[in-house]
Design a protein around this ligand. Structure first.
Ligand code: GDP
Length: 590
């Protein structure tokens, strides 16, 4: 506990100016921090509660606590009031910890040990949530986004979770991401259980790890504290039953409950598009019961639940509280963290989605930034397909025509043009400030870039590009957007060989002879080996021999020997064909 904790009350939202004052920071410092998070803010901009708390977190300010001031317009909290008919529900558990400490291994081992794998051959795909049974009771596990993901995502992640299992490797101790996870779980009011992992390792030191944890505010029960710590080996599966016992015990103390006789509600935990299925959305039901055929709204999208599957991919007719399901039927992809709610019919669904969309649009019109905007920005920033620009022009007309022309560049949906700001006049200090740290390019059209501003931009790594001819400016923008495109793999076939003899097969090498049916082959070429129509694997040509003498290449009609390299063992047979090709990474163009 900090001694001088300061409480800032927020009723709905707070302006940048007010927040800066409350934090004792200069407005420019705060605006600078917001820019780093991808938020272009002005002094009067309003930030909502979640965004403000994320920023405070990112700034590393510890002695400040935000509180929601009660107002009638207060945003709805995810956790609702329960009726006296509420029934108990399975705990929702997230696993967190430092990278390589064993989170994935723990989730995998639990999944495979404790769930019955079905005829379909078990689960090989990545799943964002699953449920297992222990002692005849269910526990829901969530795969939380990586630590590199922004705090906001985890902030949402933990709003879903009752219990956070913090994994700490006994041979490595508490590390920065462990500390982050602890803070995060605490801020989210989740119960913490520590899994001291890798106890099978030689360097494992349980007492030292406990001491480490104690120093970071988690006092082990063994030492009179209140945090359960379970030594485990996620890899060997040791003591996992004990861990699950502890999870259930903790859940019992929490008396986790939910109402079932209410319209279904919950949260979006993953969403993506799939060929043939359209939108595929993973939901965690938190209240009510969701059934196939029902209508739900999430953000500005809605769905008639077309199909519903459990985490194993088996059809599920209805899903109650704490159940993760995968559904299809959403018209548009909802966002991670969006709340969903069941509505009576399609008409209501459409109307509600539209209202939500307007709400979102209104919010952006009044320049409010919500945490879901922030999440969206982070998601976009993640795949870096956003081209951020600030445009300055000599007169309003030129600014408008630059903006209009930029919007006309066809990016084939692969790059999003984000016009951060526009303005008339020379490039200013403020423009550079806005561009810092976000790969934002400042385009000047018929304006000046004062020397001190150019210097400042150079120092801060901001690119200022000044043009007098619009086509040159547009060309530059187009090339910059092309730079953002992922490279494409291009394969070109160069020849084919029929294998007539296999002389040696080793683990990663094959020596074989044959005839070139067409094209040519030389050292360095890649090949795909086919038996009839089936592709057996890939090979690389190490050297080529013609009449037992090293040769540069073999061409159509010639017979010779080839030494192949393989990645893993591959058995070639007489009659197989090898199709040779070159493979290049090519930059895509717009
Ligand atoms: P994550 O980054 O936290 O998800 O960590 P992983 O689950 O990927 O584990 C990192 C490495 O530690 C992998 O090579 C695992 O096989 C290994 N590992 C995880 N748990 C254990 C354990 O209990 N014992 C041992 N010896 N190795 C483990």
């Amino acid at each position: 506990m900090e001694n001088q904790e300061k409480v800032i009350q927020i009723a709905g939202s707070i302006t940048v100016d007010e927040l800066a004052e409350a934090l004792g920071l200069s407005v420019t410092t705060l605006i600078g921090e917001l820019f780093k998070e991808g938020i272009v803010a002005t002094i009067n901009q309003r930030l909502d509660f979640d965004t403000a708390s994320i920023i405070i977190d990112e700034l590393g300010i510890k002695n400040v606590r935000l509180m929601r001031k009660n107002t009638s317009t207060q945003t709805q909290d995810v956790r609702r009031e329960l009726s006296d008919k509420a029934v108990s529900r399975p705990p929702v558990v997230a696993v967190m910890g430092h990278v390589d400490h064993g989170k994935t291994t723990l989730l995998d081992t639990l999944l495979h040990k404790k769930t019955v794998e079905d005829e379909a051959g078990g689960i090989t795909q990545h799943i964002s949530a699953y449920q297992l049974e222990h002692d005849g009771r269910k526990i829901t596990f969530l795969d939380t986004p990586g630590h590199e993901a922004f705090a906001a995502i985890r902030q949402h992640g933990a709003m879903l979770t009752d219990i956070v299992v913090i994994v700490v490797a006994a041979d490595d101790g508490v590390k920065p991401q462990t500390v982050e996870a602890i803070k995060f779980a605490q801020s989210a009011n989740a119960k913490i259980i520590v899994a001291i992992n890798k106890i099978d390792r030689e360097g494992a030191d349980i007492p030292r790890t406990m001491a480490d944890l104690a120093q970071n505010g988690l006092q082990p029960e063994e030492w009179g504290g209140d945090v359960t710590m379970v030594p485990i080996s996620a890899k060997q599966g040791d003591n996992l039953d004990k861990l699950l016992d502890m999870i259930l015990l903790t859940a019992d103390l929490e008396e986790l409950k939910a109402d079932v006789n209410i319209p279904a509600e919950g949260l979006v935990i993953e969403s993506h598009m799939e060929v043939g299925k359209g939108s595929v959305v993973n939901l965690l039901v938190t209240g009510g019961e969701l059934k196939v055929g029902e209508f739900i709204v999430a953000g500005n999208s809605y769905a008639k639940v077309r199909t519903m599957l459990d985490f194993r991919g088996k059809p599920k007719g209805k899903a109650g509280p704490s159940t993760p399901v995968t559904i299809t039927g959403f018209k548009e992809l909802p966002n991670f963290g969006d709340q969903f709610i069941e509505v009576p019919d399609e008409k209501t669904a459409r109307k509600q989605a539209l209202l939500n969309a307007q709400g979102i649009a209104d919010a952006s019109a009044s320049a409010n930034v919500t945490s879901s905007d922030l999440l969206r920005m982070m998601n976009v920033a993640d795949n870096s397909k956003m081209f951020n620009v600030i445009i300055k022009g000599d007169v309003l007309g030129s600014v408008t025509s630059v903006v209009d022309s930029l919007k006309m560049i066809d990016t084939k949906g692969e790059v999003t043009l984000n016009i951060v700001a526009t303005g008339v006049g020379d490039v200013t200090e403020n423009d550079v400030y806005m561009a810092v740290g976000d790969n934002t390019v400042i385009y000047g059209f018929n304006v000046n870039v004062p020397t001190n501003i150019a210097k400042m931009a150079a120092r801060d790594g901001v690119s200022v590009r000044n043009y007098k001819v619009i086509y040159e400016l547009l060309d530059d923008a187009k090339h910059s957007m092309e730079e953002l495109l992922d490279a494409e793999v291009v394969e070109e076939e160069v020849g084919e060989m029929k294998i007539k003899g296999v002389f040696r097969t080793e683990r990663t090498a094959i020596i074989a002879g044959g005839e070139i049916l067409r094209g040519r082959v030389g050292a360095g070429a890649l090949g795909k080996v086919y038996r009839d129509k089936k592709e057996l694997g890939e090979v690389e040509v190490e050297s080529v021999q013609k009449e037992k003498i090293d040769a540069k290449e073999l061409v159509e009609g010639e017979t010779g020997g080839i030494a192949f390299k393989t990645e893993k063992k591959l058995v070639m047979e007489v009659g197989d064909r090898v199709k040779f090709f070159t493979r290049e990474m090519k930059k895509k163009t717009l």
